[in-house]
Design a protein around this ligand. Structure first.
Ligand SMILES: Cc1ncc(COP(=O)(O)O)c(C=O)c1O
Length: 410
């Protein structure tokens, strides 16, 4: 069985260059709280996803500080919806962006104030619109007339933000072919929303997930600025600008820091003639990816066409879906670990291997080219870093293999 391309997030990335794992595994910085030496004494059963929620709280406050407190955090629940993760976001001063009514339940259970929650999935089941509006959600993202009609029928008076299509070509997972309208259509949609008894609240965009172009967000802010001016000059100012997600996490590659992105975004916000009263962002992976490490056992090792293949108890279907979406070239940092001692197998000679998953399907392969210790054997462990985002929230039990068990190590 293969995943139909139109069904997977970012399917248009199939031909997009993604870095390979050709550097020695484990060469990038590894969070101190998530090293094998820290985790081994806990005696965790594999597969596990160890999550450091103290680090997550720091990431949220660092994000807020980088934007000088002018941009509020609406963390994307879809990214990792573990209750402890959501609670950490709230404790650090963030709230949420939801994709569905069940995600609102998770957000509220974590302590979010309902009026802060953005329902940012542009196309929603009408039952979810009704349910979340009754619960008190007031911000709904749209990108078409039909969606405005659906909201107007069941949620009179709520605010709508129109999502515009922006350049997402520097992201690993572009979104603009599925969502967003041309900026030139946004004004009409906002007027239509007003005519249908809704509040024209503002504009939003998403530059694509894991966007590595430092200027992507600021270009989008510059593009929407004239529309904020037109509404302000007409006496009906738009209240909200939502700059979306896409902020890159640090995998085994170099990416712009949040601080660098924030500096250019703030400059663009300063240049707006009529800035909105409220500015929010919807970061997901940038906050939580690096706070997670998956530990998984090597369950098999075979030679295929002269190259060692490592069979891991976690593959694309039960936790590492982004590997499948990127041709097994997603740059997870990797450490090989001796299961008995918990020590990294650091000194051994390294050879190129393919790391695949546990199912009978070939598309669960995790790493197409991993430089790993030559003597890596059945019973050893691999630690995959940067796995706090889009892992367990995506996972299935395909072939009977469970997703990694989340463990909070804060
Ligand atoms: C509407 C919306 N906001 C925010 C995000 C989070 O994106 P990221 O994890 O790239 O920051 C997503 C991800 O798909 C999204 O669809």
């Amino acid at each position: 069985m293969t995943v139909p391309h139109e069904l997977i997030r970012g399917s248009s990335t199939a031909s997009r260059p993604v870095p390979t794992q050709r550097r020695p595994a484990g060469s990038s910085a590894w969070p101190r709280s998530l090293t094998p030496q820290q985790l081994h004494p806990l005696g965790l059963r594999t597969p596990f996803l160890a999550l450091d929620t103290a680090m997550l709280r720091r990431h949220v406050t660092d994000f807020l500080d980088a934007f000088e407190g002018r941009v509020a955090v609406r963390y994307a629940v879809k990214c990792n919806s573990e209750p402890a993760v959501l609670a950490a976001v709230v404790e650090a001063g963030g709230s949420f962006e939801i994709a569905s009514a069940p995600e609102l339940d998770l957000a509220l259970a974590a302590g979010a104030a309902v009026e802060d929650v953005f329902y940012s999935n542009p196309v929603k089941p009408q039952a979810h619109i009704r349910q979340t509006a009754v619960a008190g959600v007031r911000r709904f993202v749209v990108d078409g007339l039909e969606e405005i009609d659906k909201i107007a029928e069941v949620a009179t008076g709520v605010g709508v933000l129109v999502r515009i299509r922006v350049d997402d070509t520097s992201s690993a997972f572009p979104l603009s072919s599925k969502f967003g309208v041309a900026l030139s259509d946004a004004e009409d949609l906002l007027h239509y929303a007003t005519a249908r008894g809704l509040v024209a609240a503002g504009l939003t965009f998403h530059v694509g997930s894991q966007c590595t172009d430092l200027h992507a967000w600021s270009r989008a802010v510059n593009a929407v600025a004239p529309l904020f001016s037109r509404f302000a000059e007409a006496g009906t100012p738009l209240q909200v600008l939502d700059i979306g997600g896409g902020f890159p996490a640090h995998y085994d590659e170099t990416v712009p820091t949040t601080g660098a992105v924030a500096a250019v975004v703030l400059a663009s916000l300063d240049a707006m003639a009529h800035p909105p009263a409220e500015i929010v962002a919807e970061p997901g992976r940038a906050l939580v990816a690096e706070t997670g490490v998956i530990g998984a056992e090597v369950i098999g090792r075979e030679m295929r066409d002269g190259r060692p293949w490592i069979y891991l108890e976690v593959g694309a279907y039960n936790g590492l879906m982004e590997a499948a979406q990127t041709g097994a070239r997603w740059p997870y940092p990797v450490l090989a670990v001796d299961a008995a001692t918990g020590e990294p197998l650091d000194d051994a000679a390294r050879v190129l291997m393919t790391v695949t998953g546990p199912t009978c399907d070939s598309t669960d392969t995790v790493l197409a080219d991993a430089l790993l210790p030559a003597d890596l054997a059945v019973g050893d462990l691999l630690y995959l870093g940067g796995t706090g985002a889009y892992t367990t929230s995506y996972a299935s039990h395909f072939n009977g293999f469970p997703p990694p068990t989340p463990v909070i190590v804060a």
